[in-house]
Ligand binder design. Sequence first.
Ligand SMILES: [Zn+2]
Length: 452
Amino acid sequence: MNSMLTLLFSGIVACCAHSAGDSTSRLLLVSFDGFRADYLETYKLPHLQEFIEDGVLVKEVTNAFITKTFPNHYTIVTGLYEESHGIVANDMYDVDAKKKFSQFNDSDPFWWNEAVPIWVTNQRRGNGVSAAAMWPGTDVKINNTTPQFFMKYNFSVTFEERVEKIVAWLNSSNPVVNFATLYWEEPDASGHKYGPDDTENMRKVLEEVDNHIGFLTDKLKALGLWDTLNIIITSDHGMASCSPKKLIILDKCIGRNNYTLIDRSPVAAVLPRQNEKYVYNLLKKCDDHLKVYLKEEIPERFHYRHNKRIQPIILVADEGWTIVQNESLSKLGDHGYDNALPSMHPFLAARGPAFHRGYKQSTINNVDIYPMMCHILGLTPQPHNGTFSNTKCLLADQWCINLPEAIGIVIGAFLILTTLTCIIITSKNRVVSPRPFSRLQLQYDDDDPLIG
Ligand SMILES: [Zn+2]
């Protein structure tokens, strides 16, 4: 109740005092790829914990389907579901343009131009420029614009080198960098290699990630940027354990000449070469751990239907299962599964003048991050699928109240009112109708003992 009242009160004060969404606000958006939400509870991460204590934490972020890297990084910076921003997988094929997209062939603006990411909107506004240390899409001329400062993607550039670059850009005053991104490949790479349940190896990589956060913090403090900069640390998706015993082997069900596999596992995108219904019927009977959808049957909740880059048949493996044609399994962890699964969810932590301190919230959607970032930077958002009010409780300049707190306040107020009413009624009865004094009459033969 105390923290709730503090939050309420500080919200009202901050709301009336100033707006965080002003033109001088600056924001650094950081992603550690594949950082599953519950790693925060399983492992000791002192630098990240210190960051959270000084700011806010969203324990689980519901990400977009499919829960893959490129699609979700683009969702975070556009606030759009994948069907709307057009990066619908890490591997794509466009039938009309006859073009292919992969993680190693991603620099054609054609794939990215269906949306306008926040770094482009920020630069168009003209109050400052954007900088990027390797966020997917930042080295591509999207809508004819790259961030003014960016690095060509190269996984062999160390985290320290990326940080040195981004803090140097943030530290320069001409031009002012007011929006920046930073991306790191871990703990995703180790999650795939060892599987998320290999606590010994995952502990090592998460300690490394935590030291990276310490390194970033120290750099920002040394340059005097720590107190004025808003920082969001989040991720694109989680990780599930895979096993060589959980394989869905397509070759057992259908000949390879019947279809082209555009994207593989755990969500496979199938382009039929034969009659679509024939291919669909063979796949439908293939495996109990495989859901098979015609494009028009894909569940509404996935928001994954209305884009021509989504192939005519989509296969979705159950958690932990891997779709193969006939290959052996090369990894012990994977992601991409149903976005309702907690194992697919990342977290979000944030600190800085725009955020509350010491506040924790159970969930938001990752499409909500975009309108929140636009608010912090004072930008007018592009059309998006997010809900700004879902993030209000995180922000220092917003008045917010969530449902459990509202119920608590109503019950509390009711109890206080009831108690007060009882006290008033009782005291009134005593004052208003005093009993007239009368001498106690004892009967001479009343000699019964008082206590029997
Ligand atoms: Zn991955």
